[in-house]
Design a protein around this ligand. Structure first.
Ligand code: CA
Length: 232
C-alpha cells in the first residue's frame, strides 16, 4: 500500500467517479470527490492535495479553467487531466494551463493507478540522506533538503516533478542523462504512459531557468538519447 497521499478526484460522471473513488481508496489513498468545477475549487482551497485527477468536461467550469485557477492558487499539487477529447490541440491547451500529465478516456484502471503511483512517489535517489543535499552549478543553487532552487538571488518556483528532474540533471551536470534513467528515477520504473510528459517538463524547466533574463545553465537535448545540463 503506497504512503497515503491525498487526492482530489474531479469527475461529474457518477459511474466513473464512484468506480475511481473505490479503486483509489482500495489502493490506500485518501480521496475527496468533487463533481463540478466550483466544488473542486472549494475543496482544493481548503485541503492540501498532493494530486488532482481532473476531468476536462465538467458541467460548470471547463477543466482547463479549473486547472488555471488551481495553479494560480497553489502550484504544489500535481494535476493530471482526464480527457475524452482526442483532439491533440486541446491536450496541449491542457498542458499550457499547467497540467502535469493527461490520460485519454477510455483508460485502463491499471494505467491510471500506475500514473498516480508514479506522480505521488518521492524519488528515492533525490531524498537519499547519504548524498550531498545541495548542488551549485554557476548561478544555480539547488538545495534538496529545503526543496528550494535559486538562480542568482531569485527563487524559482518548481513543481514536484520539475524539481526532481532538475536535481537529477544538476547532480550529473556536464554529463548525459538518458531518457530511460530520467523516466525511471523521476517517474517510475514501470511507467508505461507517454514519455511526452518528460519533454513537457524539460520545456517548462527551460522557461523557468530563462525567466528572469539571468544567465542560467542551459539544458541540451541529445536527440533520442537524453539531456545534459551544461556547465557554465
Ligand atoms: Ca465529464
Amino acid at each position: 500500500v503506497p504512503v497515503s497521499a491525498r487526492i482530489l478526484l474531479v469527475e461529474d460522471d457518477t459511474v466513473i467517479g464512484s468506480g475511481l473513488l473505490a479503486a483509489l481508496r482500495t489502493n490506500g489513498y485518501e480521496v475527496d470527490w468533487a463533481s463540478s468545477g466550483l466544488e473542486a475549487m472549494a475543496s482544493y482551497e481548503s485541503n492540501a492535495h498532493d494530486l488532482v485527477l481532473l476531468d476536462l468536461g465538467l458541467p460548470d467550469l471547463d477543466g482547463v479553467e479549473v486547472c488555471r485557477r488551481m495553479r494560480a492558487l497553489r502550484s504544489g499539487a500535481t494535476i493530471v487531466m482526464l480527457t475524452a477529447r482526442q483532439d491533440e490541440i486541446e491536450v496541449v491547451v491542457g498542458l499550457d494551463a499547467g497540467a502535469d500529465d493527461y490520460l485519454t478516456k477510455p483508460f485502463r484502471l491499471a494505467e491510471l493507478l500506475a500514473r498516480v503511483r508514479a506522480h505521488v512517489r518521492r524519488p528515492a535517489s533525490v531524498g537519499d540522506t547519504t548524498a550531498p543535499e545541495r548542488f551549485v552549478v554557476g548561478e544555480l543553487d539547488v538545495d534538496v533538503s529545503s526543496r528550494r532552487v535559486h538562480l542568482a538571488d531569485r527563487e524559482l518556483e518548481l513543481r514536484p516533478k520539475e524539481f526532481a528532474l532538475l536535481t537529477l540533471l544538476v547532480k550529473e551536470a556536464g554529463r548525459v542523462v538518458t531518457r530511460e534513467r530520467i523516466m525511471s528515477d523521476v517517474w517510475d520504473e514501470h511507467w508505461f504512459g507517454s514519455t511526452k510528459t518528460l519533454d513537457t517538463h524539460v520545456s517548462a524547466l527551460r522557461r523557468k531557468l530563462a525567466m528572469h533574463g539571468l544567465r542560467g545553465p542551459t539544458i541540451t537535448t541529445l536527440r533520442g538519447v537524453g539531456y545534459r545540463l551544461e556547465l557554465p
